[in-house]
Write a protein that binds this ligand. Structure first.
Ligand code: PLP
Length: 308
């Protein structure tokens, strides 16, 4: 397998010195997975890595995957396949859409992804084994990657985020969408490190979802429950729900960018960084080392980018 695109050396650990935290003796670092690649960024990269390895091992000629109209995962998959000389098919939710509907879809098309637009009813079958099997038999030589890269191999890839951090960590903060990335981090982290998760969806059942994911990654329910028990969930930083934001959040993101050159997006990392700073002011983290995992963002896919 060509390993050149799966090079994570650019994901540095950046120290961020925010005066009020420095006064509290808090050492804050950001694991900059957003720097890995401009399109196959952050957790997208981590989730694809071992899936793409399977493509090589199985001598597949390409992959097929699923995503919504603005899916970062679709662009990331199209870009990775483009760089590796693999074919890609993207099944998109919404048969009213076309390749010209937005910049995300246009970019996927430019990168050589064949886009097939599904009705919402058909898209709902995306995790059905029989349905996937049918697509495979109609597209021989194509390896299936689930929506968001959220499968066992995706979880395993995300373990490596934390394995690359060489300093002792007291607390890790990370965003949750499907919870795949945070499950990988949970498996990969040291037992001394506390994992804090911030779901960006309102009413998301973080722990239950994590146990479900870990069951298929670890195959041992008791161990999954034991691991998840210690996860700290901060569920009050969703700003109204997925994709919702306030002026305060936008100002915050701009301030962090101008003060620390740290780009954040308003769907995931901006909310988590905001929530983390609120928590760090509580006094419970004084004199400890905290790492924020930057899971990438919305750069270049045509959605509202609010930094810079
Ligand atoms: C930038 C970013 N951060 C965090 C997440 C959440 O990751 P997960 O769905 O694995 O919980 C996503 C979604 O994949 C994302 O695009």
């Amino acid at each position: 397998m060509s390993t050149t695109i799966f090079n994570t050396q650019k994901s540095i650990l950046q120290a961020i010195e925010i005066p009020e935290l420095v006064q509290r003796g808090i050492k804050l670092y950001v694991k900059r997975d957003d720097l890995i690649h401009n399109e196959v960024s952050g957790n997208k990269w981590r989730k694809l890595k071992y899936n793409i390895e399977q493509v090589y091992q199985g001598k597949f000629e390409g992959v097929f995957t699923f995503g919504g109209a603005f899916s970062n995962h679709l662009v990331a998959t199209a870009s990775a396949c483009n760089q590796l000389g693999l074919k890609s098919i993207g099944f998109v939710r919404g048969n009213e859409l076309t390749i010209n509907s937005n910049d995300t879809l246009k970019r996927c098309y430019e990168l050589g992804m064949e886009l097939r637009f599904l009705s919402r009813e058909e898209y709902a079958l995306r995790n059905d084994k029989q349905y996937i099997h049918e697509i495979q038999s109609e597209n021989l030589g194509f390896y299936p990657i689930p929506e968001g890269g959220s499968n066992y191999l995706g979880v395993i890839g995300c373990q490596e985020i934390v394995k690359e951090i060489e300093i002792p960590i007291d607390h890790l903060f990370i965003a949750q969408g499907t919870a795949t990335t945070s499950c990988g981090v949970l498996i990969g982290k040291n037992s001394q490190t506390k994992l804090h998760v911030i779901p960006v969806l309102k009413g998301f059942h973080s722990k239950e979802t994590m146990v479900d994911i870990l069951k298929y990654a670890l195959l041992d329910e008791d161990y999954a429950n034991e691991l998840v028990e210690d996860v700290i969930v901060h569920s009050e930083y969703h700003f109204g729900g997925y994709g919702k934001y306030s002026d305060e959040l936008i100002h915050f993101i701009k301030d962090i960018y101008s003060g620390y050159q740290l780009p954040l997006d308003f769907v995931y990392t901006g909310k988590v960084f905001y929530g983390m700073l609120e928590e760090l002011r509580s006094g419970n983290f004084d004199n400890q080392t905290v790492v924020f995992i930057h899971t990438g963002g919305l750069q270049g896919n045509g959605e509202l980018v609010v930094f810079g």
